[in-house]
Design a protein around this ligand. Structure first.
Ligand code: KIV
Ligand code: NA
Length: 269
C-alpha cells in the first residue's frame, strides 16, 4: 500500500497519473502506478469545459469517490478545484475534509502560492495530507494569459524555491512542479526533503505525473511536455465502428447472443 509517508522512501522515481472515474482508476492501479491524482484537468479532459475554472467541488468529490471505489490501495489524491480553497477558512477546511471524510481520498492537492502556506499548515495539523503544486498553476490562467513555462528568470525561480520551502515547512508531503525549467526543478528537488513530482519539469524530480488522456492518446491537444504512450482513441473508434457496422449489417446479435424460449407460445394466436 502506498502512503503519503512511504512515498519518499522509493529507490526509483515515483509514478503518478490522473484518473477521473472507477473504470480508469482500476486500469491505472492495475498497471502499478503509485499515486492516482483526481486532477481538475478532468474539467477539460472529460467534462468538456474550456479550462479548469468551471469544475465544481461537487464534481471533484463525486469523481474522487468513484476513483476510490475503483481502487484498492493506490494513494488517491483529490485536486481542490478553483475557489474551493482560500475563500474562507472554515469552508476551505470543510471542502478539503470532505475529500477524505466523504469521498475517501488519502490526500488533497492545492494549487499553491503565498496564500496556501497557512492553509497547508492548518489542513496538515487537522490530519489532511497536502500535496503542494507550484510552477504553472492553471487556475491562474486569467492572470498568466496562457499556460506558459514558469520560473524562467532567476528571480522567478527563487520565488518558486522559497514557496517550495515554505510549503515543506508548513507540512506538505510532496510537491508537484509544473512546466518549469529542468534546472529549476532539479535545484528545488535538491533543496527539499519531501519528494517533488514533475510535469514538464525535467528528469531530476523525484517522480513524474502526466494527464491520463495525454498518455492514452485521448486528448484533443496535449501540452509540449506531455508524451503519448498509446493510441486508445484508435482502439475505441475501431470497437465502436465494428459494433455499429455489425448492427447495421444484421451480424449482431447472432444466434449465440440470443435465446429462444420454447415454452412461450405464439402470442398472436
Ligand atoms: O489537474 C491535473 O491533472 C494536475 C496535474 C497536471 C498535476 O494538476
Ligand atoms: Na490540477
Amino acid at each position: 500500500m502506498t502512503t503519503t509517508r512511504g512515498l519518499r522512501e522509493r529507490d526509483r522515481p515515483i509514478t503518478m497519473l490522473t484518473a477521473y472515474d472507477a473504470l480508469t482508476a482500476r486500469i491505472v492501479e492495475a498497471a502499478g502506478i503509485d499515486v492516482i491524482l483526481v486532477g481538475d484537468s478532468m474539467g477539460t479532459e472529460v467534462l468538456g469545459y474550456d479550462d479548469t475554472l468551471a469544475v465544481t467541488r461537487e464534481e471533484m468529490q463525486n469523481r474522487t469517490a468513484a476513483v476510490v471505489r475503483g481502487t484498492e490501495d493506490a494513494l488517491v489524491v483529490a485536486d481542490m478545484p478553483f475557489l474551493s480553497v482560500g475563500v474562507d477558512d472554515s469552508e476551505t477546511i470543510r471542502n478539503a475534509g470532505r475529500m477524505l471524510k466523504e469521498a475517501g481520498a488519502d490526500a488533497v492537492k492545492l494549487e499553491s502560492g503565498p496564500h496556501t502556506v497557512e492553509i497547508t499548515d492548518r489542513l496538515t495539523q487537522l490530519g489532511i495530507p497536502v500535496m503542494a503544486h507550484l510552477g504553472l498553476t492553471p487556475q491562474h490562467v486569467n492572470q498568466l494569459g496562457g499556460y506558459s513555462r514558469q520560473g524562467t528568470t532567476t528571480e522567478a525561480a527563487e520565488e518558486i524555491l522559497s514557496l517550495a520551502r515554505a510549503h515543506e515547512e508548513a507540512g506538505a508531503f510532496a510537491l508537484v512542479l509544473e512546466h518549469v525549467p529542468a534546472n529549476v526543478a532539479g535545484q528545488v528537488t535538491e533543496a527539499l526533503n519531501i519528494p517533488t513530482i514533475g510535469i514538464g519539469g525535467g528528469p531530476d524530480c523525484d517522480g513524474q505525473v502526466l494527464v491520463l488522456t495525454d498518455v492514452m492518446g485521448l486528448s484533443e491537444d496535449q501540452p509540449p511536455f506531455a508524451e503519448q504512450f498509446g493510441d486508445v482513441e484508435a482502439a475505441m473508434t475501431d470497437a465502436v465502428d465494428a459494433y455499429r457496422s455489425a448492427v447495421e449489417n444484421g451480424e449482431f446479435p447472432s444466434a449465440e447472443h440470443s435465446h429462444v424460449e420454447e415454452s412461450v407460445d405464439d402470442l398472436t394466436e
